[in-house]
Design a protein around this ligand. Sequence first.
Ligand SMILES: Cc1ncc(COP(=O)(O)O)c(C=O)c1O
Length: 389
Amino acid sequence: MKHLTSKKTKIFSSWPVYDKLEQKALDDTLKSNKWGCIDGNKVNEFEKKFAKFHDAKFGICVNSGTKALEIALKALGIKPGDEVIVPAYTFIATAYAVAEVGAIPVFVDIYGNSYNISPLEIEKAITKRTKAIIPVYFGGMPADMDNILKIAKKHHLAVLEDAAQAHGAEYKGKKAGTIGDISIFSFQSSKNMTCGEGGIILTNNETLAKKCKSIVNCGRKEGEPWYMHYTLGGNSRLTEFQAAILLAQLTRVKKHNEIREKNAKLLTGKLKQIKGIEPITRDKNVTIHPYHLYIFKYKSKYFKGMPRDEFIKTLNEEGIPASGGYIMPLTRQPAFRGLNRKLSPKVLPESEKACKEAVWLPHYVLLGNKKDVEDIVVAIKKIQQYCNI
Ligand SMILES: Cc1ncc(COP(=O)(O)O)c(C=O)c1O
């Protein structure tokens, strides 16, 4: 499409953000000569602070969110042949971790209005072999946990919250992280707080916490000889440099969440007035939404049939970062072909639809001011006008 006029020239705040806090933290760690968590105390300090921020008793740092999922599943006792229910519309890590411990990821559909896993579909997928559910807090928004917890209780299933995108999120006044039995967060570079790569497990259950701590650290036990290994586990530890950065990043999460919430509210109000743009519904039980992603559905018929991907490309040319997200539901990803075809429903209409209609805006576009929000709206309206000329 021909370039539109008067594109946004002021770029949105870039990501990640850092200041003297991170610089000093890195410098101090460098000079301390304590670079690994075995020698230093930064990882320990961060585990405590991040857990406290989420009202959790225990935090265990891991070198990625993916590994955190895998370790949490192992701690829950998920074994080969067990079935674990996951949404089909999520990042591959949610299901990969299940397969990695030898269990079977059973994919179920999402709610069409929130893009989070549908409890109705979870119930339909439960068999005698089902052991756990992994609700993903997609885009940072907690899933329908009231109903998910009811189902889990009824069928004696463990709940592992995939809060990889949900730092500081809250559901009915309760922080993400201890709504289920155990949870994970990611600190990979795109996330709302980051140290490049990394993750953490949170839980209130001391037994699970001890198991995770041991698996992260080569199967060791605290206070026991270095070369005693009680359980199978590799080295999944975080470095002191990463923890030093995360301690600095944590100081901004609350404020950033507040700014994003305010701007998201403004944006939703304005976007709802544009025909063909439908922001995802925010669950009324969600008391803090960190907006790792701001998501809306794009209806091409209101843009003279302009394909979603062309709309996104034009939006990008107008200076608005946006993407279409997942290309296909995980059920259709080549990596999972043949793995569990019989267990997952053949067609997952809402996940398929989300892959075709969704437009994702990254969290940092909501860290600016009112003018930045208006720029998004102006760009969309301009594209619509152009289509209708
Ligand atoms: C929903 C979800 N789960 C898990 C992960 C895995 O986290 P990591 O990239 O830190 O391994 C991600 C990361 O993008 C994610 O979005």
